[in-house]
Design a protein around this ligand. Structure first.
Ligand SMILES: *Cc1c(COP(=O)(O)O)cnc(C)c1O
Length: 480
């Protein structure tokens, strides 16, 4: 048996490279990352590659390992040069991604040290760090000291976590579900509908409150619906506002909705996945007034704080409610003390073991400082306004409303023929070109183009370049 154990040990030990190979591996990985970053200014925002990375399957998972060079070659060829490049400064479609370098370093260290961030007893430091970040985010929302929250994997899960707490508090259960009413708009993100479904409350009556000409919830319409529903013996319980819709970048009238929710005894949830962090800058603060009126709010650090994908945040005004919905006990953890100084992520969310998400947020905030984040967010808002004004003046284009935050809508107008069709062809043409990524949506029944400025790498030069590419491509299509 001993020799068998030794034989196994020899093979198992390959899981731990020695100091010399670690140094060499780090050098090669760093060179790959450096090469990627150095090429970013020129690399396309979108690459349509024949095969769509199917070559990955040519190298199946096997019994014995590859050299790092070979693994990186597969990564380069089958993953990092196919499809959308969210790291590109000219990624301006959907909601652009970020990928702060300091966060990558934080992730690296979090993976190496592998602190157990799920529970205070296991890693008081990691939990304190996350709670400190949650407090910092709660301050952005203007929440009182009673607030608590959780760093999630993203906005969808953050919405789900908040909606479950709202459901528990209003006791929405089998016997009252079909009489209970939820209010949102047609621009509410579909992850909210999914969350209602997963939380088991999608059988509620879902009212799509009408929006004004700037695609913001019409608060009067909301109030009237609630009054009519109450008179009809229904149970209005939840209103969900958007602090920046993904579709149009519109901010619902948060203060007014908050007042209506309070007066009528509804839970007020804000989906600020895309927009709420803009409150860090003055321009954003001006339009986001009223976030402090809500019972729960979500914001995505992997959007407007430019983190790599995988970090959302949910905050409850009354943290006790979050704890009430998610704390559970297990026999095998009976020697973990109760009554610890701070709540733990595992008591405030459905997750137990999880990524130590705090470090990827803490490191950039600490090393770079908040001032640069504020500046970058102001800059994004001003870039969207600049784009809006430039396109408004340009022949052959028509613009939507002045952007509330950093998403602008517009469309190209042909000399003759179908407008939607012309814009559809324009998007296809831009995608084939690949230098900038522009996506479309439907607003007010029309096919329109969106410009979403959310990447920390997008600056004035990229916006000027985009305007020029739009102008020349639209002109070329017009000639056909
Ligand atoms: C992106 C987004 C979501 C979903 O967040 P994920 O992090 O993609 O899960 C929810 N709401 C809004 C308004 C968003 O922009």
């Amino acid at each position: 048996m001993e020799s068998e154990i030794r034989r196994l040990e020899q093979l198992a030990r390959r899981l731990e490279p020695n100091a010399r190979s670690r140094t060499s591996l780090l050098k090669k990985i760093a060179a790959y990352a450096e090469d990627f970053l150095e090429q970013l200014p020129e690399s396309p925002a979108f690459i349509e590659q024949p095969g769509d990375g199917r070559s990955l399957y040519d190298s199946p998972i096997g019994e014995y390992g590859l050299e790092v060079e070979d693994a990186l070659e597969i990564l380069r060829g089958s993953v990092d040069t196919v499809g959308i490049n969210p790291a590109s400064p000219r990624m301006l479609g959907y909601v652009p991604g970020g990928g702060l370098f300091h966060s990558a370093l934080g992730d690296f260290l979090a993976a190496i040290t592998n602190r157990y961030s799920g529970h205070f007893f296991a890693s008081p430091g990691a939990v304190r760090m996350e709670n400190m970040l949650i407090r910092w985010i709660a301050d952005i929302a203007g929440y009182p000291q009673t607030a608590a929250g959780n760093l999630t994997s993203g906005g969808s899960l953050a919405n789900l976590n908040a909606i479950v707490v709202a459901r528990d508090n209003y006791r929405i259960e089998a016997q009252n579900i079909e009489k209970s009413v939820v209010y949102l708009t047609e621009h509410t993100h579909h992850s909210v509908d999914k969350s209602l479904h997963v939380a088991g409350v999608s059988k509620c009556i879902i009212r799509r409150v009408s929006v004004d000409h700037r695609f913001r919830m019409d608060e009067q319409a909301l109030e009237e619906l609630i009054i009519v529903d109450k008179a009809a013996g229904l149970n209005p319980w939840l209103v969900i506002a958007s602090a920046g819709t993904t579709n149009a970048g519109a901010v619902d009238p948060l203060k007014e909705i908050g007042e209506i929710a309070r007066n009528n005894g509804l839970w007020f949830h804000i989906d600020g996945a895309y927009g709420a962090f803009f409150a860090l800058c003055d321009e954003g603060q001006a339009i986001l007034k009223g976030m402090d009126q809500s019972d729960s709010i979500i914001m995505d650090p992997h959007k407007a704080l430019f983190l790599p994908y995988g970090t959302g945040a949910v905050i409850l005004r009354n943290g006790q409610q979050l704890y009430a919905s998610y704390n559970w006990k297990a026999d095998y953890a009976q020697d973990v003390p109760d009554d610890l100084e701070e709540w733990s992520p595992s008591e405030l969310s459905p997750e137990l073991t999880r990524h130590f998400r705090g470090l990827r947020l803490w490191l950039p905030l600490k090393m770079v400082g908040v001032a640069s984040f504020r500046a970058a967010l102001s800059e994004k808002i001003l870039l969207a306004r600049y784009f809006h004004h430039k396109l408004k003046e340009m022949d052959g284009f028509e613009v939507g409303p002045e952007p509330d935050l950093s998403i602008a809508s517009y469309r190209a107008i042909p000399d003759r023929g179908d407008i939607d069709d012309y814009n559809r062809r324009l998007v296809e043409e831009l995608r084939a070109d690949g230098r900038v990524l522009i996506s479309s949506t439907r607003l007010g029944g029309n096919y329109v183009l969106r410009l979403a400025v959310v990447s920390f790498r997008t600056h004035l030069d990229e916006i000027e370049e985009t305007i020029e590419i739009l102008r020349s491509t639209a002109a070329r299509l017009r000639g056909r």
